[in-house]
Design a protein around this ligand. Structure first.
Ligand code: P1T
Length: 390
């Protein structure tokens, strides 16, 4: 069998990389689309004599194509795919040892908070959750035991912006790892590795997949030794995705640029509509010039995305519930980043795992409504919100 030849896409723009990176016509048939290698094992000619593939937990050609594509579009050297975003997070945490400490942002996906506090704290890893709008304030919290800074930016669901380059500078000086969850931005809007981050993690379930039809996770990084460790964990712990799921993400990636452009356009229109609505108290959207870290968003991102949160005047949970049940186009569902618009209630849905006291302290109100603005017609989306808000 001929080996896969991977096209070197380094000199092409991101829009071209999204379509070609990692992907080559199938060497056996010329199929332009990477086949779904639905196999658990590969036949060897003699023990140890094989075509580079031994067992599908360890390697799968569909996964290899995706991992190479992920590395290219995140401007990294290596990509690793996992069965979910949280499986990728789990693998990163397994780099640590009992007694190690992690400084994590205090606004983050509820499932990430849950795996940190309910799983890894049991294994002796300590987490400190802190506001990071002023990245410089992290430094005073570091101890000899701190081994990792974990950030999401923009954060889920309050759309805080954290200065990646400033965090990377602190992490480098203290010889600790900076991990950036880049799910909300996607590689189209932000590339943390180019700003000095050590590891990028994605819930590829979201913008990368883009069609709400697959659960998937990804890690991208530059350091060879760290890649070897994570590849070892990927194979040893086995949270690998199936080839069909890899194929769905590969297909999603090909349209990331055109989808993200429309997510950004629609997000801007919906954010302004909400801000001007008399019944809306506050809109969280990173494109507003008075967003506390708007300048940092401008510096490190190429657009503002499709994620918006808001609270109604009066801060009434009952009114929020009416809006949540009243939209027709915005579907009431967990998740984000798909072509269709979603509406959600973080306090009871995506962030239900965070104790209420902790949530409120960090600014996540019971009445907060979160939108994942899709790529439908913006006027239809605005009309839907208008009739639901009343
Ligand atoms: O769902 P999964 O693919 O395991 O990804 C977890 C995850 C990680 N990081 C961020 C920033 C996320 O938003 C998520 C998943 N989030 C949702 C399901 C949600 O609706 O917010």
């Amino acid at each position: 069998m001929q080996q896969f030849k991977i096209m070197d896409t380094k000199n092409y723009s991101l829009d071209t990389q999204l379509i070609h990176a990692g992907v080559e016509p199938d060497p056996t048939t010329g199929a332009i689309m990477t086949p779904i290698y639905q196999t658990s094992t590969y036949v060897q000619e003699a023990p140890g004599v094989h075509k580079g593939y031994e067992y599908a937990r360890t390697q799968n050609p569909t996964r290899t194509a995706l991992q190479n594509a992920l590395a290219a579009i995140e401007k990294g050297s290596y990509g690793l795919s996992f069965g979910s975003g949280l499986a990728a997070t789990d693998a990163i945490m397994k780099l640590l040892n009992p007694g190690d400490e992690v400084i994590a942002t205090n606004d983050l996906y509820g499932g990430t908070y849950r795996i940190f506090t309910k799983v890894f704290e049991r294994y002796g890893i300590k987490f400190q959750f802190v506001g990071m709008s002023d990245a410089g304030s992290i430094e005073s919290l570091l101890t000899e035991k701190t081994k990792m800074i974990w950030i999401e930016t923009p954060t889920n669901p309050l759309l805080n912006i954290i200065d990646i380059a400033a965090c990377a500078e602190i992490a480098e000086r203290h010889n600790i790892l900076l991990v950036v969850d880049n799910t909300f931005a996607s590689p189209y809007l932000q590339n943390p590795l180019t700003l000095g981050a050590d590891i990028v993690v994605h819930s590829a379930t979201k913008y990368l997949g883009g069609h709400s039809d697959v659960v998937h996770g990804a890690i991208i990084l530059n350091d060879e030794a760290l890649h070897e460790q994570l590849k070892f964990i990927q194979n040893s712990c086995g949270a690998v995705p199936g080839p069909h799921d890899c194929w769905l993400v590969l297909r999603g990636i090909k349209t990331l640029h055109v989808r993200m452009q429309r997510h950004c356009e629609n997000g801007e229109k919906v954010a302004h509509f909400l801000r001007n609505h008399p019944k809306v108290e506050k809109v969280y959207w990173i494109g507003f010039e008075d967003h506390p870290n708007h300048d940092i968003a401008r510096k490190q991102m190429r657009g503002f995305g499709g994620m918006i949160s808001f609270v109604l005047k009066g801060d009434s949970l009952e009114d929020a519930m009416k809006v949540l049940s009243g939209t027709k186009l915005f579907a009431l569902a967990e998740s984000l980043g798909g072509v269709e618009s979603l509406i959600g209630h973080p306090a009871s849905m995506t962030h239900g795992a965070i104790p209420r006291e902790e949530r409120i302290k960090n600014g996540l109100a019971d009445s907060l409504i979160r939108l994942s603005v899709g790529i439908e017609d913006a006027n239809d989306l605005i009309e839907d919100l208008r009739q639901a808000i009343g």
